[in-house]
Design a protein around this ligand. Sequence first.
Ligand SMILES: CC(C)(COP(=O)(O)OP(=O)(O)OC[C@H]1O[C@@H](n2cnc3c(N)ncnc32)[C@H](O)[C@@H]1OP(=O)(O)O)[C@@H](O)C(=O)NCCC(=O)NCCS
Length: 173
Amino acid sequence: MNTLLLPLKTTHLTLRPLQPADAEALYRINQSEGVLRYFPNPAPPALEKVQRFVAGQQAHWEKYGYGNWGILPDGEQEIVGWGGLQYLPELDDTEVGFLLDRPFWGKGYATEVAQASLRFGFEHFGLAHIIALVHPENIASQRVLEKCGMSYVTTLVLWGLELMRYRIEKVPR
Ligand SMILES: CC(C)(COP(=O)(O)OP(=O)(O)OC[C@H]1O[C@@H](n2cnc3c(N)ncnc32)[C@H](O)[C@@H]1OP(=O)(O)O)[C@@H](O)C(=O)NCCC(=O)NCCS
């Protein structure tokens, strides 16, 4: 059994690889005001597109061994967002990313997920560094990355957006 696919418990959250049953919850989360504001396409996608996204996430887990988790806070029955690691062929780099439904902002959850993602990537895979890409106006996300020890490196244009690239190196043990 691949134990890396088992749910991971953090202080307030259970993280488990995104699965097809999560598509409807994600579809609803994407309708929340402002949630997709800083993404390349801020229009909430149709359910079929969300289902394809989730299927793509499953395939990513199978191919790379890591990926995006669904985020389940203690006491919740349904995921309230996603976060984790994703390999970006465009940059030949692995990025950490996260998205939460609006009622769950401001509770430290994105920081908890991002810190767990960085630990997971550095402990179990041969990643020398991990990056993040963030819209220059997405201050909350930049703050999350800084709280995780990531540093701004450069600004690049990708997917038609100007994005700030953050980076963290694996600390040798
Ligand atoms: C960005 C996002 C993930 C942050 O999630 P979160 O769980 O609220 O983040 P945290 O609570 O861990 O930390 C947020 C930090 O940003 C700060 N912050 C939030 N809004 C801010 C603002 N407008 N200006 C300055 N700081 C801000 C908070 O005070 C907190 O910092 P602190 O702990 O030092 O007080 C959430 O807003 C979200 O899902 N947004 C939509 C999706 C998205 O943009 N994802 C990121 C793509 S790169």
